[in-house]
Ligand binder design. Sequence first.
Ligand SMILES: *Cc1c(COP(=O)(O)O)cnc(C)c1O
Length: 365
Amino acid sequence: MERIPVSEPAIVGNEWKYLKECVDTKWVSSEGEFVKNFEKEFAKYCGVKYALAISNGTHALHLVLLSHGIKTGDEVIVPDLTFIATANAVYYIGAKPVCCDINRETWNIDVEKIESLVTEKTKAIIPVHLYGLPCEMDEINEIAQKHGLIVVEDSAEAAGAEYKGKKAGNLGNSAIFSFYGNKIITTGEGGMITTNDAKIAERAAFLRNHAMSKERHYFHTELGYNYRMTNLQAAFGLAQLEGLDKFVGERIRIARLYSEMLAGVDGITLPAERPYSKHIFWTYSVLIEDEFGISSFELQERLRDKGIETRPFFAPISKMPFYQKFDFNCPVCYDVSKRGISLPTFSGLTEKQIERVVNEIKNSQ
Ligand SMILES: *Cc1c(COP(=O)(O)O)cnc(C)c1O
């Protein structure tokens, strides 16, 4: 029985060649041409002025929030359905992540519910382009403008996604990406900050490198961090970036096939799309409704028995033991979270494999 993983990195380009260059030239740490090139090319790709390579996506989020001046006691609005890092980066600062419920169709932050959560302590909104579908950014930016808030896109799952002709990473005040092994492109571990704001770029670069004084070596004017990316990672990342458009195209092709084959299966809600957005399907995910007959958890188990790996949706942030005390209430998220499963989605997944996944889903009913 052939095992089908839920995710697999696509490593098909210049990765070895660029890594070898690092080894041959001995530029393996965080100084080096690949870091600069990766940043330059990534900024160009997103259509932004500045990109900063970071040790991982979580650090990128922590650093960009610090750079925007988020501090202890502030509040930051985050969707309840996201990877834990979105909220944790806020909490690291001693600021409070305020969980907003999601839209039942897009699974992204519900723009109708954001404003009711704004208080005099609110400083920022972090829209997460969940599973690769951009959030309703016009509405979010409008709310932010009205209340003087910063918008930091969590684009960790959305490299290459577009909203009204603009790339994710260029839709708010600043943005972060993740290059973890299961993301659209990977550097093993890694992340990126993008922004058009020169002050934020400068501040993030400063804090990324221990807040070291430009004038005096080993003199640190404030508390900084080591959130740098190595030249090895950047070399790998540059090679990956060269393949990004191709990887995105493949994911969209995979999504089309899943949607065609799953159409008409009772009790399965397919992922939403928006005509003005380019969904890049970091994962092809569906909801298992009551009419399907068995729960999403049972379905996952049955698929596992057939060698097909799937992934449950994120658990609601507000249900985590250390966030429960805030007493957020996000009923749509609680429902979607327990129904959602992500099916195998990666470059190189064949039509035959997709057919097998779909057949096993149908046989599980
Ligand atoms: C992966 C991910 C992150 C964190 O990225 P790391 O590189 O793993 O630290 C943050 N937010 C979301 C939505 C993610 O999916």
